[in-house]
Design a protein. Structure first.
Length: 92
């Protein structure tokens, strides 16, 4: 089983253009930096078949909305929380 690379509080950047076709990582966070809230555990990645061979850490990552959408306006403290698999993330 794969060990988790990140922990709560780590700042991570979502990789851009990692996959073509359908995948579960929204384009609006690609290239953006967020903070790991929690490690959910190790799960099969549905984008890679979801079986034991595709297992990897799955994290809850928090993004400030004003960082994702520059036109969002004043820094209101609004946030977006997404579950993202480790292969999409790199240490910021």
């Amino acid at each position: 089983m794969m060990a988790a690379q990140f922990k709560a509080g780590d700042h991570v950047t979502v990789r851009s253009n990692m996959a073509t076709g359908h995948h579960r990582t929204p384009a609006f966070v690609q290239g953006k930096t967020g903070e790991i809230e929690v490690l959910h555990g190790i799960f099969g990645n549905p984008d890679q078949g979801g079986d034991a061979a595709s297992q990897q850490p799955l994290y809850l990552v928090r993004f400030d909305q004003s960082h994702i959408w520059e036109s969002y306006g004043v820094a209101s403290g609004d946030q977006v929380l997404l579950d993202l698999y480790e292969h999409w993330l790199e240490l910021a």
